[in-house]
Design a protein around this ligand. Sequence first.
Ligand code: FAD
Length: 502
Amino acid sequence: MKFPDSPKAHTGSPAEQALTESLKELADIKFALDQSTIVAITDQRGTITYVNDAFCRISRYAREELLGQDHRIINSGYHSKEFIREVWTTIAGGDVWRGDFRNRAKDGGIYWVDTTIVPFLDEQNKPYQYVAIRHDITQLKMAEEQIRQQADLLDKSQDAILVRDMDDRIIYWNKSAERMYGWRAGEVIGRRTTEFLFRSISPEYGQAQRMLLERGEWRGEFNQITKDGRDLIVESRWTLVRDEHGKPFQKLVVNTDVTEHNRLQGVLQRAAQLSFVGELAAGLAHEVKNPLAGIQGAVDILIRRRDPNDPEREALEGIRHEVTRIDATVRALLDRARPRKLNTIEVSITELVTKAVSVARAQAIAAAARGRRVQIMFTPPGEDIAVKADPAQIEDAILNLIINAIEAIEEEGRIVVGIRHQSSEEYGEEAIIEVADNGRGIPEENFQRIFNTFFTTTTGGTGLGLPAVRRIARAHGGRIEATSTVGEGSIFRIHLPLNNFP
Ligand code: FAD
């Protein structure tokens, strides 16, 4: 096939006339084709034998520069060898090839053409030339690229971005949504978020929907769940997307996971509250401590003056007990408010525990006055353990645990205090001070909270004791552990490191 020049008007035999007409028709077809398509013809080796104007326009080469060359002249280096090989095997085998080429024009500009290469076959069915017919699809490819880049950007966003149609079915779900919720796009497209992102649908959800339609946007917080059942708090921003006629047709949703942020906010708020309470407590404690010491002294004198059988003596003992308790609370408050600096020296743990036990025994005697019989047992270990510690603070911590144990015993019970040495791979060498009681034990729901400041189950408790014990243990580079069984009792252990103390 060869595109001839436009035929001149011809008058002759009917055969010549028919020929003239079909040549004219061919010229018209070529003209029509030239208007809309980019045409090139090559021989069987790929050497260009014909190009139309559209080819010259888009490639910015003059016809003379193209004829006799092959298409390498516009090759942009974008396509792989395999791609080119596939083109050639298809057309050399006599089949039509269709695909997109990315080419480079003479001025270096890149253009895309959708291409159909048709092989023309001789009598042996061998291609003797190829005709390439193409269309400029540069704009389309650029738009595609832009969309891909935007989609990449959406995927890089930390926020879950989703689009719902007006029937609330998901039509877009970005990579962050996959990461945040654990659901893959393929699993959720076509579904409603209310089917799988919420434990229950709150009334706010309906309000949000109404507000979105009325105002075109909505912003708020939701409790949601992930695919594996984790709870999330998300800040959600909804925007109503309208079509070119202003009719609502999609809902764009951007969700930010604020679970951790909210938790930290809570912690900060609590810390601020505590520091306020701490200041208040420190002030109050100073005001209370002096008069309390006065009352304590006066009550002691009154008790000493009473005969052991004096009925008023019991009441006075009761007052002394309460005063001691107030004093302990005030001390704990002070401890909490202004954690004392550690004054560490090398001390004998046996000595510390012995002191704490003897103070606690006085408490146990007072408890006996109120009908509780508590026995405190302590057998010092054969070999003493020395630690570097603040003796006053450790003594306070042990005393605190023993007093708690006394309180946990309802009528009659036993507290066993022990010291031992333990070495483990995780914590190295440690001294362990253990306080075990056979009191009422701590129910599971309370056990989680026993180290929370101000958490208490006893009417006279402050909820400051155990947090203070933990703080003291931690300040020494150690820790506190507890186990408890309702009806059987509790065991608290203070672990103090022997070697890795800072
Ligand atoms: P090469 O390294 O030259 O070839 C890659 C593989 O393709 C080779 O290993 C071989 O297996 C096969 N191959 C290459 N040339 C031939 C051949 N002549 N005969 C049989 N197999 C062969 N290229 C473009 O880049 N843009 C175009 O728009 C374009 N349009 C074309 C239109 C027509 C009608 C024809 C016939 C070819 C067209 N080509 C086009 C292909 C072009 O002729 C070159 O083959 C190609 O540009 C070379 O690319 P390359 O250097 O990366 O590959």
